[in-house]
Unconditional design. Structure first.
Length: 158
């Protein structure tokens, strides 16, 4: 990563940590899930308003390290208004880039590519993936069922 890319990464992470997008609660979520990362202390909940196969609205809340919060903020911007299938595909690409299974240059990540440098820090990959992990569980959840926290523990980056 060049010096300019490192600076952009740090600037984006700090900007999204200071002013996270879509942070808070939805008044009437249709789907939700909570994710925790015990090794880091990150604890996030994702709330969705799903309508007609789209993520009509998204909010997240909780606490986490700068990478966790920035990733969740950027995730919320990227998937809001998208088809569920598009959000799932984006999650697959993002995870593949962070775990080294896909090259960041060719991945269709948009602004999320700025987080690709996290892949050099294996202990931080879980931080960057926590919001995504919760998002996927929220999408898969039964809206009437109580939410059980999902954890990044037991997951090993490739």
């Amino acid at each position: 990563m060049s010096s300019a890319e490192t600076d952009l990464y740090q600037e984006l992470v700090l900007e999204h940590k200071r002013s996270p997008r879509n942070f808070g609660h939805l008044s009437a979520p249709t789907h939700q899930a909570r994710g925790t990362n015990p090794s880091c202390g990150d604890d996030l909940s994702v709330e969705l308003a799903v309508a007609d196969g789209k993520l009509a609205d998204i909010r997240f809340h909780g606490q986490g390290c700068a990478i966790c919060m920035a990733s969740a903020s950027m995730m919320s911007e990227a998937v809001k208004g998208q088809e569920i299938a598009a959000a799932q595909k984006l999650q697959q690409h993002f995870r593949a880039v962070l775990t080294g299974e896909e090259d960041a240059e060719g991945a269709p990540l948009g602004k999320l590519v700025s987080l690709a440098g996290v892949s050099r820090y294996p202990s931080r990959i879980k931080c960057a993936l926590l919001g995504w992990h919760a998002l996927m569980h929220a999408i898969a959840s039964n809206p009437a069922a109580p939410t059980v926290p999902v954890s990044t523990e037991g997951e090993t980056p490739s």
